[in-house]
Design a protein around this ligand. Structure first.
Ligand code: GCV
Length: 679
């Protein structure tokens, strides 16, 4: 799908005090007395961070001791603590907090995580006992959809709403990478451990990052390495042809295999800890194995075998569907596509392949079902893909704190699947994996060269929350909101209260005035901002709502529809199949119903559409007066930016309200029983 070009902005020289959650409030939390008794490559980064934070604020009363495991052992820390720590993986740390004295033990990345946890106040209140903290997900990765040049349609950052790329400018790596250093620290502080630096739609110029421009990747890798983060590259499946001059990219061709091995060897010569490749194949015009009659396991294993000798991994995206669909064809269902392509391949992927699955079967909608692929591949390493950049959720112009949505997804329990002997397991547990076969969470970044990093300054909350939920999917979205607000804005109760009120349920608010009851889309084609009920209705993209004078929704039942509901294990297959048990918020995702159908809420579908759009807009109007109360309490430039964006949110929410209410009145002829205006 296409979008308007992203506006390009030069990176401003950011005052250090504006560094999101690593500014003066975090600095004020760092104990004044720090003892660092550890070795290893990341210790210099901790020292540098301490020095930097000291320039921002005096620090808190109290003491912090940071030790590696060897030192802690020499100094007599209980062996049971050290044993638990070493069994908890390389990123774990042990923390003991007692009054204003805190002590952390960890090696390398573990120590770094512990340090940031203290600075940001993430570890919770101390009890005086040692507690070991370890990430629930081994993979906690951000994908950047950054182009090196400004793409004529997609701009420099595809689906980017925060200015140009932090990494690239005018087709090359930026000269000044200071902002990237800051960014790496922000990510490390919330636990991110992998970053893919370029767009999954790999254009010809960007494809050369794999070969002739690999030095640019090496420079980025050096910066991220200092924060314990490894760097990955999105590559084109057609690289052997595009870059190597071969006649084919067939994964079973020996010369193609040799080419990928040589390419990977050369990358590892420059970047010994390179993370691996991300790949979008046979999707939205990207090349892939289908051209050679091969499947996605053949394609993924080709790259995996080139990376395996170096310990690299392939993130192979499951976002594969027919984007040339005929809207007249009611048998094709885009929601089925990833499952149809990938579930049969379970067990065929090499150990260093991670299949990266969008959380929903469609495309990062405000509401959609959980992807059934996640429950259908028990013998495959998986990562669930979330979208921090707000493509369909207000484009960093609307407030939309996504943590509650992600949390709901991660907590979705797949039931036992016949013949597979599994107990009910959540999405978070399924992707986490076990043993050597670990997966995790991958998300599309929302950051750019904008001075507030994310366009809407309050959209930083989503980046923070993504890191936190990847670390621990059971954290409450409200707790994460409080952590971020205190680390960034301090503990003024009014600031915390207003931010909480504006953000905590902003996703539900956004949902209330946009596409109803899980039907999705209804956005302007191309750029995906603002309402256009029929915008995608007769297009080839496979995203339809089928509204007519009688009803609306997509019949995805087994009995009369596309059969998609049957791709879930029980109890979900039956629950979604029946209108009586399908949850209201997904009703139109699974069913085509008359406007007079009564929801569990007691309202008819049509009255729900009328009411929630009108009520949602009224609620949006209450945001600006609350934000006004923070004038003088947050930096003036940030206050002004948010005020301007709230005005845009009001304008846009009004447009959504009026277009949807009017459209469905004209379609159904049923009046709004409240008599509110319709045009
Ligand atoms: C990077 C959606 C977006 C595209 C994006 C694609 C993807 O279709 O609109 O811009 O392309 O998802 O996830 O690959």
């Amino acid at each position: 799908m296409t979008s308007a070009p992203t506006t390009r902005t030069a990176p401003p020289s950011t005052p250090l005090t504006d560094l999101a959650w690593l500014g003066s409030h975090a600095a004020a939390r760092l104990p004044r007395d720090v003892r660092l008794a550890a070795g290893g490559p990341l210790v210099a980064s901790i020292e540098a961070e301490i020095s930097r934070l000291r320039t921002l604020a005096e620090g808190a009363a109290g003491a912090l001791t940071l030790r590696d495991q060897a030192t802690a052992r020499e100094e007599g820390v209980a062996p049971a603590v050290l044993e638990e720590l070493s069994e908890s993986g390389v990123e774990a740390y042990a923390l003991r907090a007692d009054g204003d004295a805190a002590s952390i033990i960890g090696d390398g990345r573990g120590l770094l995580h512990g340090f940031y946890a203290v600075v940001l106040g993430l570890a919770g209140p101390g009890s005086g006992d040692w507690r070991v903290h370890a990430p629930a997900q081994a993979i906690r990765m951000l994908d950047h959809w950054d182009n090196m040049t400004v793409h004529p349609v997609m701009g420099q950052v595809e689906r980017g709403y925060a200015g140009g790329s932090l990494f690239f400018e005018d087709g090359e790596l930026r000269e000044d990478l200071t902002r990237v250093e800051h960014y790496a620290r922000l990510l490390a502080a919330v636990g991110i451990n992998r970053v893919a630096v370029n767009n999954v739609n790999v254009h010809a110029h960007e494809a050369t990052l794999l070969t002739t421009r690999v030095d640019q990747v090496a420079r980025l890798a050096e910066i991220f390495r200092a924060q314990g983060i490894s760097v990955l590259l999105s590559v084109s499946f057609a690289s052997p042809v595009l870059l190597g001059g071969l006649e084919t990219s067939d994964p079973l061709d020996a010369e193609v295999q040799r080419w990928w091995r040589a390419a990977a060897d050369a990358v590892y010569d420059r970047i010994p800890d390179f993370g691996g490749f991300v790949i979008k194949a046979d999707s939205e015009g990207q090349p892939g194995p289908f051209a050679y009659g091969r499947d996605h396991a053949d394609g993924a294993n080709l790259l995996a075998r080139a990376l395996a000798p170096h310990g690299g991994e392939v993130f192979w995206r499951a976002f594969v569907y027919n984007h040339h669909q005929d809207w007249r064809d009611r048998s094709t269902d885009r929601a089925r596509a990833a499952h149809d392509h990938f579930a049969p391949l379970d067990g065929r992927f090499d150990d260093n392949v991670i299949v990266q699955v969008k959380h929903g079967p469609l495309d990062f909608q405000t509401r959609e079902a959980v992807s059934p692929v996640i429950g259908a591949m028990p013998r495959t390493r998986l990562a669930v893909e979330l979208q921090v950049t707000q493509e369909y959720t207000g484009q960093q112009k609307h407030l939309c704190y996504l943590a509650p949505w992600w949390r709901e997804n991660l907590a979705f329990p797949f039931g036992p699947r016949e013949g597979r002997g599994q107990d009910s397991r959540t999405v978070a547990q399924l992707v986490a994996g076990s043993g050597q076969r670990l997966g995790g969470v991958v998300a599309v970044s929302n950051v750019g060269a904008d001075e507030f990093w994310t366009g809407h300054p309050l959209a930083q909350a989503n980046l923070f929350a993504l890191g936190r939920l990847a670390w621990d999917p059971e954290l409450s979205s409200e707790r994460i909101l409080r952590e971020r607000s205190e680390a960034t804005f301090g503990t003024d109760p009014l600031v915390s209260e207003v931010l909480h009120e504006m953000l905590a349920e902003s996703w539900q608010l956004y949902e209330s005035y946009t596409a109803p009851l899980g039907v999705g889309f209804m956005v302007r084609p191309g750029h995906h901002y603002g309402p256009d009920v029929d915008g995608y209705e007769y297009t080839p993209w496979g995203t339809y709502h089928f509204a007519d004078r009688d009803g609306i929704g997509v019949d995805r039942t087994v009995a009369t529809g596309t059969g998609f509901a049957g791709l879930y294990p029980e109890p979900w297959a039956s629950r979604y199949e029946s209108v009586a048990t399908c949850p209201d918020e997904l009703l139109l995702f699974f069913h085509h119903v008359p406007y007079t159908h009564r929801l569990h809420s007691g309202k008819t579908v049509i009255q729900h559409i009328y009411d929630s759009r009108a009520d949602g807009y009224e609620q949006v109007l209450s945001l600006r007066p609350r934000w006004e109360e923070l004038a003088g309490k947050v930096p003036p430039a940030l206050h002004a930016r948010v005020t301007t964006l709230l005005q845009e949110q009001e304008r846009s929410a009004e447009e959504w309200r009026d277009q949807l209410r009017t459209y469905f009145f004209r379609a159904s002829g049923i009046p709004d029983e409240t008599g509110r205006p319709i045009y």
